[in-house]
Design a protein around this ligand. Structure first.
Ligand code: ADP
Ligand code: SR1
Ligand code: MG
Ligand code: MG
Ligand code: MG
Length: 422
């Protein structure tokens, strides 16, 4: 059937497409004439439709057009990202079925993914955090997701031939990695066309950042690590807008930036967005101290995500790592044979992932304040001066994580530093 080319599906075209596919059609109750179709995309990059039949049941259709949605056709971007997102969703669902939605179909011709609809009361985590909602299960579920996907896609769990095959496949998602290299690791540290900040309040802070040799040194090191350290299959864009929640469930969506990279990049992405919510929270108070409890929970959540991730990852290492090449790669010996050597190996490994997590978290906080794509946690604070106070503290903490990542002994020290800075 004719589609509107690079313009994407119209609502009518989408209904007709689904009607023409018996497997898809069977997933939506009622007659197609009663279905509703709504474009709900609120992300930076793609178009997302919810097709709903009776009983609130339906499906989500995500379509990649060959440009960045929030900028327009002046910023081209390969539509192949939809194929990588599909594969990453399928891989993610296999590794962690409780926290990754199911894909029903991918059609390369129209760059569209047809997938499980996470119906209300599911909401995007970021919006819940902006409203001051506490999710007591969040740290447990996100640490499960991180440990499962990072462990199972790595050399810890895969035979090296299988690992290399996956690495080679996802290496072709290069344009998405290049976008990240530009908007996280390069543009924020110079005078790039698409950068923006809360001017004039942050003018001096931004000028400072762009003269800061230590920040540039740190970001260069992390950029090289991002490009070269293929430890595990990463989500690649794991901010709080890529997580949908209810009070009982957590689902991770939107892995279009998936590639093999350093584990700390995903962990840092998630934690940095909790810290951004933490530093933004003053700006959402209607009375002083109103969000104190929420802030305490956000801080505890950062700490718990790291601690639980570490415990779960090490548990898998101890229980499921018999045939892994990884320990040999680190130490040149079969360290599994000795409990003491394994413990040292684990401590060294986790220390490095911890430092990477902090460094990438810092980089991600900085880019959301001075780069092209900001976060609604901050942008929804109407009073620019109040917003600037929140942003300044977040920027300062982001720099501290980026530059001082090796100086923190523990996650407790990190969250204490955040609390003291607010
Ligand atoms: P982008 O790549 O443009 O950021 P996302 O995959 O994040 O797109 O989707 C944009 C929005 O669409 C999400 O913020 C969410 O509101 C909605 N959405 C995406 N996938 C689903 C889903 N499986 N179920 C329900 N809503 C979804
Ligand atoms: C043009 S940068 C757009 C940003 O939105 C995506 O969700 C990624 O975070 C990307 O960096
Ligand atoms: Mg998104
Ligand atoms: Mg996306
Ligand atoms: Mg930014």
């Amino acid at each position: 059937m004719p589609l509107s080319g690079a313009k994407g599906f119209t609502e009518e075209e989408l209904k007709r497409y689904i009607q023409g596919d018996p497997d898809l059609k069977a997933k939506i109750p009622g007659d197609a004439s009663t279905w509703s179709v709504k474009e709900v995309g609120d992300g930076n990059i793609n178009f997302v439709f919810i097709v709903e039949g009776g009983e609130g049941r339906g499906m989500v259709v995500k379509q990649a057009l060959p440009y960045v949605r929030c900028i327009g056709e002046s910023w081209p971007l390969t539509a192949d990202r939809a194929m990588f997102e599909t594969t990453a969703l399928v891989d993610g669902h296999e590794m962690c079925p409780d926290h990754v939605p199911q894909v029903y179909k991918f059609d390369k011709k129209v760059s569209a993914i047809f997938m499980e609809y996470l119906a209300p009361p599911n909401i995007i985590l970021r919006y819940g955090l902006i409203d001051g909602v506490v999710y007591l299960h969040l740290a447990d579920c996100m640490s499960t997701f991180l440990a499962a996907t990072l462990f199972k896609s790595s050399l810890f769990a895969l035979p090296s031939a299988e690992y290399r095959k996956k690495l080679a496949f996802y290496a072709d998602n290069s344009p998405m990695c290049e976008l990240t290299e530009q908007v996280i690791f390069t543009d924020p540290y110079g005078d790039a066309f698409h950068n923006r900040h809360n001017s004039p309040y942050l003018d001096a802070d931004v000028a400072d950042l762009r003269r800061d040799a230590a920040a540039k040194d740190a970001i260069s090191e992390l950029k090289a690590k991002f490009c070269t350290q293929a430890q595990a299959l990463l989500h690649g864009d794991l901010h709080t807008g890529s997580v949908m929640v209810t009070q009982d469930t957590v689902s991770v969506i939107d892995p279009e930036f998936a590639f093999y990279g350093p584990m700390g990049f995903d962990i840092g992405a998630f934690i940095s967005n909790l810290f951004l919510a933490f530093f933004a929270s003053d700006g959402h108070e209607t009375g002083q101290g109103e969000r104190e409890e929420h802030r305490a929970w956000l801080i505890a959540c950062c700490r718990d995500v790291w601690n639980l991730f570490q415990n779960k990852f090490l548990k898998m290492w101890n229980e499921k790592c018999d045939s892994s090449a990884y320990p040999e790669l680190l130490f040149g010996a079969k360290v599994q044979d000795s409990d003491g050597a394994r413990r040292i190996c684990q401590e060294t490994f986790m220390r490095q992932v911890f430092e990477d997590t902090l460094g990438f978290a810092g980089a991600k906080m900085i880019r959301r304040i001075v780069g092209v794509a900001h976060v609604q946690d901050m942008d929804r604070i109407e009073d620019a001066k109040v917003r600037a106070d929140c942003e300044k503290r977040a920027l300062k903490f982001g720099k501290r994580l980026l530059i001082g990542r090796a100086t923190f002994e523990s996650i407790e020290e990190v969250v204490s530093a955040a609390s003291e800075l607010r």
